[in-house]
Design a protein around this ligand. Structure first.
Ligand SMILES: Nc1ncnc2c1ncn2[C@@H]1O[C@H](COP(=O)(O)OP(=O)(O)OP(=O)(O)O)[C@@H](O)[C@H]1O
Length: 645
């Protein structure tokens, strides 16, 4: 096959350009990325060989090899793992499949300073492409296990790469970097130095479960090892294993540094930033397992996309079994990354077995509880970290209120919400309850698109006037869980846009009821007439006890679906009937009292019907809703304005 030249996909090209002009100051991490990919390839081969005994791959000495050539200034990372087919090379190396890449590259280009750029790369990770920070040419030779021919891929990272066949390629992958000249000022070190390589492997990849061996050519600078090598004959030496391969989760806490934990996290999560929190669990007894879990610092871009992979890996007796083991974590904790190592499962355990395994179900429960209790500890012990957690993951955690009945209270206890109590600070339900006024029975909330929209809504008026705190809920999931959660500490959650409001002390309530009864008589004719007139749009027109400023508002009946929820169901393709709402009028408003008076005097005046229609339209607009016929609304308003001129 002749050499083929391909163009990089646009995003890949842009990303490479950014790498070549290396905006990332810690260039050493390129080796971590190559070793991490090699380790994944070895895991994959081991598992595929277990499942498919016709593969014919030799799995007796799976390892990673690093070879540096000082003369040629090349560095090679080689593995005898799964390898890639020709098509896989084109697909995996020439394009970036990761969703959100385009957005990421755009943000990266717009990043004003290098700290922002570093932070962005940290959130995204660029894997294999990091090689272009230190190399001006990268050659990858690979042969997939089970295939007879290999593939060679070469690029200088500019716009194109070439591919040809490599007939003699051994099974696995080798990546050779032609290194840029060392430039210590730019943190570009001499990556042919065995001393430097050892340091990087120790720092970033010590826990990798496969041996990472280094072969040094005889004339290489061995740095720290110089003494040991004195007097030896020229020629290749015995390869040296650089990593300890110790499973961090099995080592006592005080023997492992935070940095070591962080590097394991980065390997598992492909994140370049340190995690926010480490969660450790050692379960003893009949079913023994260890878990080392991490809560990331940032929510990944694709957390809410379909097919998002959960990050918990399953090991059995220190042997990697599978990535993304969803049986171990509930969906609302899908952002948690880490390792769970079980002692008493079979190495051949399959997804089907996991789904039915009672022990796995017990692990799942225990791990969820442990993560939630860690969040709780964060909340009390380190409020700033908790604030970061909630900003990044609060939205997804609240999904648990709908699915995890058993942990509902624990989730509520670690949730926080915007509230009218404070412009910036969020509140917990506990703090809300402690602040409740005398005679207040419920926890009040309002859902909406933004804090501003909610605060401007007419529904807030009576609550503002009486100084009663309202939670301001703006996440889509809030529309749903508020209906599913019965309450908190015996206090019911109540939407201020639903049902009747009944605020104040017993005495005030009685006064309000007497007043309402009086008004009711006064307005009875108007209300009956309007209910009939607007019957197509509303189920009832009644007097309001929640308005102090606006003339009218629309509310839902206590157990009815709200318009936002109705819209969400439709967006998900579900058929839902349109639910009519209730129009409430403020008898204290001159427009309403005026309309009542006019209706008593000349009930057949067609202009009154239009005014009633306008009142309904205004009520919809005031809560940020939509009109059924905006052009008619405008026409009626324009006519009335004309009359004022
Ligand atoms: N040594 C290797 N052996 C086999 N396949 C490899 C090897 N290196 C890379 N690949 C394949 O190429 C893909 C892309 O690698 P790359 O390092 O760019 O991204 P990644 O590891 O998937 O994710 P990230 O960008 O977050 O690091 C890998 O997912 C893997 O399928």
């Amino acid at each position: 096959m002749p050499t083929e030249t391909f163009e990089f996909q646009v995003e890949a090209r842009q990303l490479l350009q950014l790498m070549i002009h290396s905006i990332y100051s810690n260039k050493d991490v390129f080796l971590r990325e190559l070793v991490s990919n090699a380790s994944d390839a070895l895991d994959k081969l081991r598992i595929e060989a277990l499942r498919d005994d016709t593969l014919g791959a030799d799995v007796s000495d799976l390892h990673i090899e690093i070879e540096a050539d000082k003369e040629a200034r090349t560095l090679t990372v080689r593995d005898n793992g799964i390898g890639m087919s020709h098509d896989e090379v084109v697909q995996l190396i020439g394009t970036i499949a990761n969703s959100g890449t385009a957005k990421f590259v755009r943000e990266l280009k717009e990043a004003k300073d290098s700290a922002t750029a570093e932070d962005l790369i940290g959130q995204f990770g660029v894997g294999f492409y990091a090689s272009f920070m230190v190399a001006d040419e990268v050659t990858l030779v690979t042969r997939r296990a089970g295939e007879s021919k290999g593939t060679r891929w070469t690029s200088s990272g500019e716009g194109t790469y070439t591919i040809d066949t490599a007939p003699d390629a051994p099974q696995g992958t080798s990546v050779t970097l032609r290194l840029k000249p060392a430039d210590a000022e730019d943190k570009l070190y001499d990556y042919t130095s065995p001393w430097k390589i050892k340091e990087i492997v120790k720092r970033y990849s010590d826990f990798i479960t496969w041996p990472i061996r280094m072969v040094t050519a005889a004339d290489s600078d061995t740095g720290a090892d110089e003494e040991a090598s004195e007097g030896q004959e020229a020629g290749p030496r015995e390869p040296e294993t650089l990593n300890s391969m110790k499973a961090l989760w099995a080592r006592p806490r005080d023997e492992v540094s935070d940095e070591e934990y962080h590097e394991l996290y980065k390997h598992i999560s492909h994140d370049w930033s340190d995690p926010l929190e480490i969660v450790r669990l050692q379960a003893e007894g009949t079913f023994e397992y260890q878990a080392l879990l991490f809560i990331p610092f940032h929510a990944p871009h694709d957390l809410f996309m379909q097919g998002y992979k959960r990050g918990v890996q399953l090991y059995v007796k220190r042997v990697f079994i599978m990535d993304d083991c969803e049986e171990l974590m509930p969906p609302y904790l899908r952002f948690v990354k880490g390792v769970v190592d079980a002692q008493d499962l079979s190495l051949n355990v399959s997804r089907e077995i996991l789904q039915q395994d009672r022990q796995i179900q017990l692990m799942h429960r225990r791990l969820a509880k442990k993560v939630l209790s860690t969040v709780k500890d964060m909340m009390t012990g380190s409020p700033e970290r908790y604030a970061t957690f909630w900003r990044e993951f609060g939205r997804v955690l609240k999904e648990g209120l709908l699915s995890d009945f058993e942990n509902r209270d624990a989730i509520l206890a670690v949730s926080s919400f915007a509230s009218t109590h404070d412009k910036e600070e969020l509140t917990t339900l506990q703090a809300y309850v402690e602040r409740m006024k005398e005679g207040q029975e419920h926890i009040y909330y309002l859902t909406g698109e933004s804090r501003q929209a909610i605060e401007n809504s007419p529904h807030m008026e009576a609550f503002r006037a009486k100084g009663i705190e309202v939670l301001l809920l703006t996440d889509p999931v809030d529309e749903v869980w508020v209906d599913a959660v019965p309450g908190f500490e015996g206090k019911q959650l109540r939407s201020i846009a639903k049902g009747e409001v009944d605020l104040g002390t017993e005495e005030e309530k009685k006064e309000a009821a007497d007043e309402r009864e009086k008004r009711q008589e006064e307005y009875a004719a108007l209300l009956t007439w309007m209910s009939e007139l607007l019957g197509e749009h509303v189920k009832e027109v009644r007097l309001s006890s929640r308005l102090t400023v606006s003339p009218a508002c629309v509310v839902s009946d206590t157990h009815d679906v709200t318009p936002a929820l109705e819209q969400m169901y439709r967006a998900m393709g579900q058929e839902v009937p349109h639910v009519k709402r209730i129009l409430e009028l403020n008898p204290g408003h001159p427009l309403v009292s005026g309309l009542n008076k006019a209706h008593a005097e000349r009930s057949d005046d067609p202009a009154l019907a239009e005014t009633a229609e306008l009142l309904h339209g205004m009520a919809l607009l005031a809560e940020g809703g939509e009109l059924t016929d905006p052009s008619r609304f405008i026409k009626l308003v324009a006519q009335r304005l004309e009359n004022t001129l």
